[in-house]
Design a protein. Sequence first.
Length: 338
Amino acid sequence: MPGVPELAARLGRPVIPLLLPTPYPVGPVWVYLLPDEPVTLVDTGPATPSAWRSLVAQLARHGLKPQDIRRVLVTHGHHDHMGLARRLQQLGAQVYAHPADAHNLALRRHYRQLAGMLRSLGLGPGRRLLMMAGLWLLDRTSRPLLHYTPLAPGDELPAAAGTLGVHHVPGHSPGHVAFELSRENVWLSGDVLLAGILPNAVLEADPEQPTRPYPALGVYRKTLKSLAASPPRALLPAHGPAVTEVQELARSTLARQELRSRQIWEALGPTPKTLATLLARLHPRAKGLGLFLAYSDVYGHLLDMEEQGLVARVTVGGVHSFARSHAERHGTHRVEAS
């Protein structure tokens, strides 16, 4: 796969990738400067001093200052993508984002609800505290974004070098969008599909029913199938190299999700197990934010398999355990797409 700068240099319109540091295990994040009018930044990096200094320095190399950015387009409401959006907004930029990510954008954490859910899944107070402390620390690397222009699929954003089409590609987050460089059929795609990284279908409150978990894995599977069926020419992602074999990567990501689902189903064994037991087996070293991502991984798959009738829930004394149902696991609902 080509590097991001190499693919960007071959496009028929100016697209300048900027690589910003993050404090997260995923490493640095690509954001994209579109210097034609209106000067646009797609994603922003986290709200850390090092990311801000890097952004200011890289803009200066192109004769720009942060206040020259007139438009910020947010692919989704995770910290490395929207952390600096409010600061740029205060300097005069108009910020666009999808309203399904409103809770992420505003850093609204349903801590009490999350604590109750974790308790019902068998996690003790120590692990619950570690997980929520990890989320609290993560939120120190962003700033809440309360006001923005809402995006909708099918929107076309004007620019001197050609319109930017909006595609809703949920799963990694409910409001994840990609921006199509319409003349090139290349998407600025955030985290929807990454080479060498399996994006976490992050488990969070459902935007429409906040008391229930968002069915992230099933939604993400639909997005991946859509990309496999009708792929753009290439993706410029937030992490890693450019993606030119979009259909192939979408199919392999579906296959990796199916493999993970099988691993979790097999880990259940013949007797019911709590999520806490599964986390200890499948993610024994997870701490803090890593523990939240592990919970998102395992419980997301359990919910998805429960919906399919592959897993049954057993509740004793208010604590949920999960067991294999009598249905055999064939996985044809996913394997057929890979």
